[in-house]
Design a protein around this ligand. Sequence first.
Ligand SMILES: NC(=O)c1ccc[n+]([C@@H]2O[C@H](COP(=O)([O-])OP(=O)(O)OC[C@H]3O[C@@H](n4cnc5c(N)ncnc54)[C@H](OP(=O)(O)O)[C@@H]3O)[C@@H](O)[C@H]2O)c1
Length: 235
Amino acid sequence: MKLVLITGATKGIGRSTAFDFANAGWDLILLARDLKLLETIKSELSTTKSKVYLIKCDLSDSKTIDDCLSEVITEIGCPSVVINNAGFAYNGDLVGMPLINWETIMQVNLTSVFQICSFLVPYMRQKGGLIINVSSHAANNSFPQWGAYCVSKAALASFTRCLREEERKNSIRACTITLGSVNTPLWESEFINSDFNKDAMLSSSQVSKTILYIAEQPRSQIIEDLVLMPSAGAF
Ligand SMILES: NC(=O)c1ccc[n+]([C@@H]2O[C@H](COP(=O)([O-])OP(=O)(O)OC[C@H]3O[C@@H](n4cnc5c(N)ncnc54)[C@H](OP(=O)(O)O)[C@@H]3O)[C@@H](O)[C@H]2O)c1
């Protein structure tokens, strides 16, 4: 069954991933907060043969995630591939950062992935499945003002490695894709100070094609960690 759940599907990497998977014959469950944008994408995808299901869900709200996922299981069924792509960055020194900002970035970038995997993996074990978690080169580097983001992505990579070892016996594969900078709406966020050269960044399409490549590997093999960087370097 080619059914993929993509979080953060309204913009940037997630949006491009939705189109590439649809064009490759996958059915899609698209999750994000902005229902209007999700509906626009669904109508743009109507030229493909894919069935498209929309889930409005705010991953910063830990209490609502299980309800959103219950809807996925009862209305649509269990995806064979889950792409935990939703994420955001918040610039600010670690010391002095309001606790709520720290907690929100950890919730969206890390804890929501734990919640999604905790909920879906028991269903996925019946037929086997693949989890692809989207991390950043910030996981392996230390950038001032990006501390909370660096910590969240480093922890996400560690979470993925631990999950992979625990779930091998259950035919669940887990992969981290680690990205250098990508030209997406993330860089327009009010929470980010950036004057980087966007022309030197990866495109969303380069990333989404790579995610599709990971997803379409035979079940007998797994790309465990893939690092995709712009040839000229991170920025
Ligand atoms: N861009 C880069 O340079 C770069 C580099 C390395 C790694 N990454 C990672 O790649 C992933 C995608 O980033 P992007 O650059 O494509 O970002 P983006 O263009 O800002 O898109 C982020 C997506 O996540 C969704 N999202 C954000 N907060 C959410 C929440 N609380 N609940 C549900 N969905 C939420 C947004 O949808 P709604 O607003 O509709 O909810 C949007 O679809 C992130 O994990 C990011 O950390 C990006």
